[in-house]
Ligand binder design. Sequence first.
Ligand SMILES: [Zn+2]
Length: 899
Amino acid sequence: MKYVLLLAVAGSLFFATPASADVRMYSLQDTLSKKQPDTTKVVPPDSTKTAAADSAKKKKDEKPTIDEKIKSSKKIDGLFTLYQDTANASLQLYLTKEQLDKNFIYQSFSMGGPTALYLNQNMIRDTWLFSIRKHNDKIEFLQQNTAFYYDPDNPVSKAANADVAETIFHSEKIAASDSAGYLIPIDGLFISNKLDAVKPVMPPGTPPTVFNLGNLSTGKSSYDTIRSFPKNTDVVVRLTYENPAPMSGGGKDITDARYVTVKMQHSFLEVPQNSYRARRDDPRVGYFGAQVDDLTSISPTPYRDFISRWHLEKKNPNARITEPVEPIIFWIENTTPLEYRPIIKEAGEKWNEAFEAAGFKNAIVMKQMPDDVDWDPADIAYNVIRWKSSASPSYGAIGPSFFNPLTGQILGADITVEWKSGAGTPVMDDLFNGSNAMTASLPWEDPAQAVAPQVDYIHHSQINRMALCNMANELSMQYQTGLVAVETLDASSSDAGRAETVREMHKQFLYYLIMHEMGHTLGLNHNMRASQMLSPEQLHDTKLTRKIGLQGSVMDYPAINVSRDRSKQGDYYTTKAGPYDIWAIEYGYTPFTPAEEERGLTRILSKSTDPQLAFGNDADDMRSPGKAIDPRVNVNDHSNDMMAYGEERFLLVNDMMPKLKSRFSRPNQGYQELLQRYSQLNSQRFSMAAAISRYIGGVYVDRSFVGQETDIQPYTPVPLATQKKAMELLGNYVFAPDAFKEDYALFPYLQPQRRGFNFFSGTEDYKPQNTFRSLQVSTLSHILHPTTLSRINNSSLYGNEYSVAEVMKDLTETIFDADLGGSVDLVRQNLQTDYVTALSGILEAKTGYDHASKAAALATLADLKTKLGDAASGSDAQTDAHRKNLLFMIAKALSVDKS
Ligand SMILES: [Zn+2]
């Protein structure tokens, strides 16, 4: 059950629209009139005057009939019957008695709004199970809690949900009734924040400069489209939020931050009644789904978690492979660029190979949405791959779906591709461009902050299962690297040849993007371990990769597969479902009879020890410093030998640097493109440094269950040799004095293009020391993170041979030894200063760092003091100043008498 914050919006909400005011006046009058009759009074029987008054009063007491209440309204019939006033558009809901005390599904969608708040078109948001009941003279709407299961045969089930707080999200007085049901005004539910609370709740301490919506103005809010079908009723509303004095103007998509309208769709759906059975979740395979606790179980794992998946039934139940009764149909929206349509169709259909393992032929059907259709792609009956172009999309592509919260049956899905990523245009104007100040909080400065989970300003639990997927942006950055490689390293081939290579690379990129997002809509979450399936050599063996794929799964965020030796280039991206994908679909979709099911699932799961089926998702990946433990589960990595692959990528970047300027300084244009390409290459250094550094202090995780064929223990520390190799590579390509020497010639040319007054808020020159400092410090942030150091210590008790003291000794050597006898350049001065700052921070930290880490930091600083003291005098004044500063910092850190 999700935690949904309903907002206490302006108290005047009910009185603001004319329609709502009517409702409230009626209720008030009704309540008052009830107090009038006094039955204890004896009335003279023959008083005509009293009788007339009595009759008038009786008439006044009588409720209007339904016919009277709806006489100026248009009827909208479907799952729920709605009446909309033809004059003021106010809405009334007619409930039949059969609809009371029955479960329905509520689903919200944002249909357009600030991208920064994830309110853009096509975002699938909250799913609730709800019911409606009559309580005295009111109709109440209740959200149901689906988090618990009670065995009906266990007597304790009679006390089911005893302590679950009742959630009444709306209550409305009955306006009129007849023998079959009740009529209520319903504006107070739809034109409000009572359903999906659209305005995000910012955590305490959020700076006012973070953009948010103001207060809901019911007067300015209105209905857009209302559709009702036999199985669902959709009410699309335009909610306007007002903030008279916004501190943030929002992004470019916000026209005026004082008045922001969000278009939302509220859908009420019938709970499907069919033969679908929930399929249990398992930690070895990655599906979206829901968690349910069995409160009548004595099992150590009393979970009845289920996965989300489509309801596929075999047309011919006895055939090994047969078409489904109803396939999963995806429509390619008519906004999609023509040249991409066939690629998208092909990519979607590629999933059929996986479904064959589950016994289905043509499970996925891809159709082109014609230009002249009378259906709306927002209609939940259609699964649509949408294509749009936003100024600052919060994602590159997403593939959200929504499901029955009782069973996991997927009821609808959409994919949205943003032009910026889908078309492969650069998406990273501002990243790594040297002007970034260091904004990340460093773990040694505030370990408590570093240990605490990252707080996003957006309340993410409000964004339900929308498969927040940053893959397209990451993929796009990787794609740019591929482009640069082809442009610079294939320089000897013809222009036509290069153009053909780029076309093929973009096709593979788009293929991967669509297959990935389609995978989400089939229920799969990420598998960030899948890119570790093949060795670096195998990755370019197209005979192999076109048979089994480059990766175990398309659900990873892989580094683009570029060969430094251009003659050996294989495919850039995988273009087929990998072994893990096929196996995961087999697990999720193979139909079983109830009697066969558990045996069948166990048989499928027993294969999980096959390295090609390895799995780990976002919760396990090590993308942020200090997060997670298994370095094989990561983004922007590739191959089962990241030491070799990472080194080749560093060398590839260094190969490209000297060729960048001639290739991307084109006549009649400025240097913006050169700057962008340079930044993109630097992003590869960031990715590789991140991927490699995670091996230091890493612990391999194995999720197989007892009894499976494997001799691998659940936790195995990374071998010493691998950790040492990672340290050596970081030394050579991130920390060494000559690590970036190929870049220096470019710095005088890295000029951003002027646009209006865009240099007003900062100076325009490129600041290389910021870029390199950011790379080096982010690498140190992981190695010296309290979580990493404490794991190095903990894992020393079960096999880790690299102690914190040795890690710091090796870091000290790599950061100081090469230039100890002479001049220290600016980049190394920063690195050395940051390293000493980090060690001092560890020493001073009140929380976070364990005893062994603090001891090692102290010993390292003491050794460093000797080392620097013995160092020969620098050959220049700046180096002398730098070393004096370091010695001062160390003395301060080591002094007992700290003020
Ligand atoms: Zn994704």
